[in-house]
Design a protein around this ligand. Sequence first.
Ligand code: WT7
Length: 656
Amino acid sequence: MTETTEAALSNLSHEERRFPPSEEFAANANVKADIYAEAAKDRPAFWAKQAERLTWSKKWDQVLDWSNPPFAKWFVGGQLNVAYNCLDRHVEAGLGDRVAYYFEGEPGDTRTITYQQLTDMVCQAANTLEELGVKTGDRVAIYMPMIPETIVAMLACARIGAPHTVVFGGFSADALGTRIDDCQAKIVITADGGYRRGAASALKPAVDEALSTRPEVTTVLVVKRTGQDIGWTDGRDLWWHDTVEKASASHKPEAFDSEHPLYVMYTSGTTGKPKGILHTSGGYLLGCSYTQWEVFDLKAETDVYWTAADIGWVTGHSYIVYGPLSNATTSVMYEGTPDTPHKGRWWEIIDKYKVTTLYCAPTTIRTFMKWGKEVPEKYSLDTLKLIGSVGEPINPEAYIWYRDNIGHDKAPVVDTWWQTETGSLMISPLPGVTAGKPGAAMTALPGIAADVVDAAGDSVPNGGGGYLVITEPWPSMLRTIWGDDARYKETYWSKFPGVYFAGDGAKKDEDGDIWLLGRVDDVMNISGHRLSTTEIESALVSNPKVAEAAVVGASDETTGQAVVAFVILRAEAGDGGEHIVKELRDHVAKQIGAIAKPRQIMVVTELPKTRSGKIMRRLLVDVAENRPVGDVTTLADSGVMDAIRTGMETNSGADD
Ligand code: WT7
C-alpha cells in the first residue's frame, strides 16, 4: 500500500501527514542521523572537516575569527581560487568529458558543455577581462539572459578575483543603473537579448539607457544571443564573439584569500535602497558545495541536477553555479518560461535529460497545480529521486501535489529555508534522515544554529512562535552590506544583540520543528522574490502625478503575495481613471522591473494613519485581502477606511 492510500484511509489532513525516507533511500544517503551530534559537538571543527572538500592553495591558520562580531572571517589565512575549484581541478581529476551543463534554450536550441569546454571558455573570458583592464578587486556588472555565457562571465570574474554583481534581466535600466553606481562597476557584460515567452526579449537597450548617464563604465561586452537589432556605441561596446571567443584558452588561476570578495547580490530591504549583500570566497563556496551534496543527496557520477531558477537571484548563484560546479555535478540549465511553447515544457526537459533532482519555488508548483496533473502525466518523471522547494513557505496542499504528481510518492521533498544573506541552505530536512512534514522546513542543518525567540530575545518553548534567529556564525554568511557596515549591523544584528535576525516569523511545533510564517518587516515575497514596500512607494511618488503612496503585500493564490498599492493623486492628475492606473503600473515597471508592477492600484483620497502619522499597513492589507477591517482605534480618522473601500471597488488595476 502506498503512503498516499494509507493516508487517504486514515483521513489525515495534508498537514498531519509524515513522510519518512524509504529504507533504501536512508541506507544510501550521503549523510546519516549522527551528523547532527557531530556538528553540535564542535561547530568550527565540523566546518573545518567539511572544508577539506575544497582544494586550497594554502591551508588556513584559523577556522573562524569571530573576535569582532558581527564581522566574521572564515578559514583565516587560507587561499584558494573559486573557479579552479569549480573547473580545473575536475579536469585534472580526469573528468574533463563529464557534462557540466545541458543547456536548453527556449526556442529549442541545445548545447552540451563539458567541464573541459567550460574551463576553456572561462579561461578565454578571464584573459579578455584582463586585457580590458579589469583587475583583482574591480567590480563587474552582469546583466544577462539564462545562457551558458552568464555562468562563464561569473566564473571568469571569480577566476581573476573581480567581484561580480549579477543584475536580474527582468530589472529595469534604472535598477541596473543604481546597482552599477552602488558597487561602482566599471564594465558591464550583457547580451542583445534572450528568449522569454516565445519571443526575443531585449536587454541591451536597458544597458544603453543606464549608461547614457554613467560614462564611468567604459566597456560593455555583448553576447549575441537573439540577433535582434541593437544600438552600438563604438569604443565602448565589444562583441563577445570578437573578443572572448578569440582569446587564449590558457589562463593560470591565482590563489586569493579565503575572505576575498566573490560577489555582491542586491536584495530589497525595508528602505527604498537595495542592499548589496557581500559574499566572500572560501566560506561561501563551502556552504554551497557541502549543502548541495548533503541536502540534495548528490551522487555526482550519476545525477542530473536541475535548479529551475534564474541566475539573477541567489538561488541561481548558489545552486546553478557555485554548488553544482564545485561538486562536479551535471546540471540542466533552461532559458525560458515553463509554458513555452507548451505547459509541459519542464516535464519534457526532465524526461529528455533524465533529471534526478529538481529544485524550484512553490509559486511555480502552484501554477502547475492550476494547469492540472494531466500535464506532467504525459511525460516520464521516473528518474526523479528528490525534489526541492525554496523561496517561501510551501503550503501543505502544494507540497502534497508536488510529492504525488512530480515525485510519484517516492522522491522526498526538501523544503529549504535560506536567504540571499545566508548564502546557502540553513533550515531543511535531511532527505535520508528526516520524516518530512508538509509545510515545515524542519530543523537547522548540521553546523547551523537556528532558534525562534520572543520579543525579548528569549528562546520560545516548543509550540511557541516568534522571530527566527541564527545564533552562531556560519561559513557562507554575508560579510557586510557593500559599503555600509553600519547598515549591516543595524539591519541584522541590532534587534536581538549578538544574534542574526533573519526578518522572518516562525514557530516551533510540539516536536521542536520549525515552520516559517513569512516576513515580519515591510518586505514582500512575490513569487519567491523579495520586494520592499518602501522601494515601490518611492517609485510611485517619483511620478509627478502621485502625492502619496502606500504599498502592501496581499496574499495571492499563485504568487504567495501580490503588490497592492494605494495612491493619493495630485490635483493636476485629474480624477484617476483607468488610464492613470495603467500609467502608474507601467511607471513602477520602468523604475524597478516588471516583477514589481502592482497587481492592483487603488486611487484613494486619504490613507489610514496613526495620530503620529504612521501609515497603518495592517489595515490596508485587510482591505487588499478583502477582509473586514481590523482594529481602527488608533486611527486618526476612522472614516478613512470606508472611503478606501469605496475607492477600491472602482479602481482595481487590470491584470496583464
Ligand atoms: C526570504 C529570502 C533563498 C533563495 C530564495 C529567496 C523566504 C525562502 C523559504 C522557505 C519559507 C522562505 C523568507 C526569507 N523564504 N525560502 N523554504 N520557507 N520562507 O531568497 O530573496 O533572499 O528571500 O524568502 O522570507 O527571508 P531571498
